[in-house]
Design a protein around this ligand. Structure first.
Ligand code: GTP
Ligand code: MG
Length: 370
């Protein structure tokens, strides 16, 4: 049973806290507005004030986090979501750009791209791959800390002329902790000092055994700069994806995860959302973290307005009540009243957490994961 402070209950009923205190006093309970009362007392008060009781289950704050399973028959293959990780300057962004350069659709669109932190490339074969650009590893870590494991595959970029560096090792640890398969992209092989074999050997020290060393981790030599080995890399991503048998039900109310969000001067709160399952459409009503909204517009990674986005598709969502956090789940719900209700409930839960316990500290959550 939920406990609630008198003030909070007053807020939800749009009554004055002092009036509730008075009523409670009459009921033989001398409490202040900041004290908590149990559920039975709260319900009594609510009826006393002539309001209707509408219970919100604790599971509502979990909407989109643990949602109900889809029937096997409704599942359809979906593209893999790939996060590129690695040490500073080892070529993550260059590799992403190079991979996006292989996108036949981007070519058609004239290459006008805007940074939304997530992209989907369509290969010549027609296969699609969703790529996540996580600046540093914080985003990846933050999402994991919040229970959002949206990455199917990690591509670990290691510069062949530099070798394994602190953030490479950090990335290996994160990937292992998340239980996500890894593909090692040995980059900058065009450089004179490049020594890919050395990388494969050193990786052994960190329990990463690539195929050539008798293990089962795929590795590929690439040059993001000279655009070498890119097809090999995408082939290996698709091969890995096939093993994972990634599927989702596209025909259901959408659920997704916020990759990043910001307050845009002209457009208001904007969230980049990666759709996990279902199809998100313009006009859909949703809850996202402790915010709610109605989809006013969807913008794809090529800057084009789209009407809908299905599983594994990253889109910018406009029409939010506020700026959600990275890793927050988005769920389409049936009505605006419902969306606001759940958002308000989550806000109150978050507030209670803030006041009753030390603020969640990513550093500590993070070390606990290692
Ligand atoms: P951060 O985002 O700062 O962590 O770096 P990053 O990993 O995204 O590396 P970025 O793509 O910015 O590349 C860093 C530098 O390496 C740039 O000067 C690139 O031009 C260069 N570089 C990237 N890939 C290659 C490559 O394959 N060969 C060579 N020679 N240089 C490369
Ligand atoms: Mg970069």
């Amino acid at each position: 049973p939920e406990a609630i402070t008198v003030q909070e209950l007053a807020n939800r009923m749009a009554e004055r806290g002092a009036d509730l205190v008075k009523a409670l006093f009459k009921m033989g309970m001398p409490v202040t507005v900041n004290q908590t009362i149990d559920q039975d007392t709260a319900e009594l008060l609510v009826t006393e004030f002539g309001h209707n009781i509408r219970r919100i289950a604790e599971s509502d704050i979990e909407i989109g986090v643990v949602g109900d399973a889809d029937a096997e028959a409704d599942l359809q293959p979906r593209p893999p979501v790939v996060t590129i990780m690695g040490h500073v300057d080892h070529g993550k962004t260059s590799l992403l750009d190079a991979l996006r350069g292989t996108d036949v659709v981007a070519g058609e669109a004239g290459g006008i791209t805007q940074h939304i932190g997530a992209y989907q490339v369509t290969l010549k074969s027609g296969d699609k791959i969703t790529l996540l650009d996580t600046p540093g590893h914080e985003a990846f870590t933050e999402m994991r800390a919040r229970g959002a494991n949206i990455t199917d595959i990690v591509v670990l970029v290691v510069a062949a002329d530099d070798g394994l560096m602190p953030q490479t090792i950090e990335a290996i640890n994160h990937t292992k902790a998340a239980g996500v398969p890894m593909i090692v992209a040995i980059n900058k092989i065009d450089k004179p000092g490049a020594n890919p074999q050395k990388i494969r050997e050193v990786l052994l020290q960190y329990d990463v055994q690539v195929e050539q060393m008798g293990g089962d981790v795929q590795d590929v030599e690439v040059s993001a700069l000279k655009k070498l080995g890119l097809d090999d890399l995408t082939d290996k991503i698709l091969l890995q994806a096939e093993l994972l048998e990634l599927k989702a039900n596209p025909e259901r109310p959408a659920e997704g995860t916020v990759v990043e969000a910001k307050l845009d001067k002209g457009r208001g709160p904007v969230a980049t959302v990666l759709v996990g399952r279902g199809t998100l459409r313009v006009g859909d009503i949703f809850v996202v973290g402790a915010e709610s909204g109605k989809v006013r517009a969807l913008i794809d990674d090529k800057g084009r307005q789209v009407k809908e986005a299905g599983p594994s598709v990253p889109v910018e969502v406009l029409g939010l009540s506020g700026v959600p956090g990275a890793g927050d789940p988005l769920s389409v719900v049936e009505s605006e009243a419902r969306a606001r209700e759940v958002a308000a409930y989550r806000q109150s839960v978050a507030q209670r957490k803030r006041t009753t316990q030390a603020p969640a500290n990513l550093e500590t959550m993070f070390s606990a994961l290692k």
